[in-house]
Design a protein around this ligand. Structure first.
Ligand code: 1CP
Length: 357
């Protein structure tokens, strides 16, 4: 046993830009990372995917660690996010599903009735031992260079996949169940809140440095529906996750009007997408929280001067306040020019450095 390894790693990460910003401490430069930074925009990722499926990668710690670290090497970002998917803990709890190329998660038997909810099983930590191994390998490969972010889907976003059975635009079946059968909805969301909480704690114990909860599709809800049907369950997740003492990022898209309510559910930093100006978003969540975001990923399709102009606007709105983590408003599109990503990381660092270096 190497008794010295753990505290040393923790010490390096503790002084990192990302963790300082997530604790609302002053930083030498604004930290940058990108949602979906490990993925199809990187040729080295595409090479790995020719040999392994997404779920194969998750079950092979060496491969998972390699793919997780690729964007850190290539782009110079200030954080790694564990390569995984929000469906992984569902799969590990026995839900039969596949992640289909160019579609996304597809559930074999969508959850629509109380019987369907009744057969869902809790997540046992031993069934996500491979995630613990993924984290251990990744921490070793990162060797203290940048912190590692673990993540989970929020109960609502997971429920939407389970109920719809596949990606959806209108959430017809999800909202139908929510309105027509509130008791089944409650049972499903209670189950998912426990599953997500367990999964986050497993990742925290395995050594990740921060946790992000993706409520990617919460923006499909009105404020009243969010508060009634979602907030109590997300709050349960954050109440449990807070006990890990790790910084907690709470993210969604299209959530301008929901941000203060998401902040009430939990999260020490709130993610904002590009539809709301960053300063407006920060005002809504309160300056006692951090803010992460919020460049439109599609801006990266433009020429560099346009990317720079939009990055400038965000940095001006952040106004040098402690607690900003630069990110996109949602995941990187697979066809994003790498050059723009690399220049953007450099630019944010340069723009925000005290000495302009
Ligand atoms: O192999 C591939 O390239 C398939 C595409 C892909 C990838 C790279 C999927 C299918 N998942 C992933 C990995 C993944 N998923 C990561 C990797 C780490 C990183 O960010 O670098 C993360 C964080 C996720 C999380 C995830 N999966 C979310 C939340 C984030 C978000 O984008 O809002 C969601 C909603 C999913 C579901 C999912 N998995 C895959 C796809 C294409 C989708 C979205 C489907 C939809 O539009 O509903």
């Amino acid at each position: 046993m190497d008794d010295h390894a753990a505290p040393v790693k923790k010490c390096v990460a503790d002084t990192s830009r990302l963790l300082k910003a997530l604790r609302l401490e002053a930083v030498d430069r604004t930290p940058v990372w990108f949602m979906r930074q490990a993925g199809r925009s990187l040729p080295e990722y595409r090479a790995v995917r020719e040999r392994y499926s997404l779920l194969d990668i998750c079950r092979r710690p060496e491969v998972c660690a390699e793919v997780t670290v690729q964007p850190v090497r290539r782009l110079g970002v200030d954080a790694a996010i564990l390569f995984s998917d929000i469906m992984v803990p569902l799969l590990a709890s026995g839900v039969r599903l596949d992640i289909v190329e160019k579609v996304g998660p597809v559930i074999e038997r969508p959850v629509r009735s109380s019987e369907d909810v009744g057969v869902l099983r809790p997540l046992e930590s031993e069934n996500v031992q491979f995630v613990v191994d993924d984290i251990a390998h990744t921490l070793e490969l990162l060797n203290g260079s940048v912190p590692l972010i673990g993540f989970a889907g929020a109960p609502f976003t997971l429920a939407s996949y389970l109920i719809e059975g596949r990606p959806s635009r209108d959430f017809l079946h999800t909202k139908r169940l929510m309105y027509r059968a509130p008791e089944i909805w409650h049972d499903l969301m209670t189950h998912l809140a426990r599953l997500v909480s367990t999964y986050l704690v497993v990742q925290a114990r395995a050594g990740v440095h921060a946790l992000q909860v993706f409520d990617s599709w919460a923006g499909a809800l009105s404020v009243d529906d969010y508060r009634r049907y979602v907030l109590p369950y997300s709050r349960q997740v954050f109440d449990t996750a807070r006990k890990t003492d790790l910084p907690l990022i709470h993210f969604g898209t299209g959530t301008g009007s929901l941000l203060s309510h998401m902040a009430e559910a939990g999260g020490s930093t709130l993610g904002a997408d590009w539809r709301i100006p960053l300063d407006d978003a920060w005002r809504r969540v309160g300056y006692d929280r951090g803010i992460q975001g919020n460049l439109d990923p599609m801006v990266l399709q433009g020429p560099w001067p346009v990317v720079r102009r939009e990055a400038d606007a965000i940095l001006r709105r952040a106004a040098g306040r402690s607690g900003h983590v630069f990110n996109l408003g949602h995941g990187i599109h697979p066809e994003t020019p790498l050059d723009n990503l690399q220049r953007l990381v450099e630019y944010v660092h340069q723009y925000t450095s005290a000495d302009g270096a």
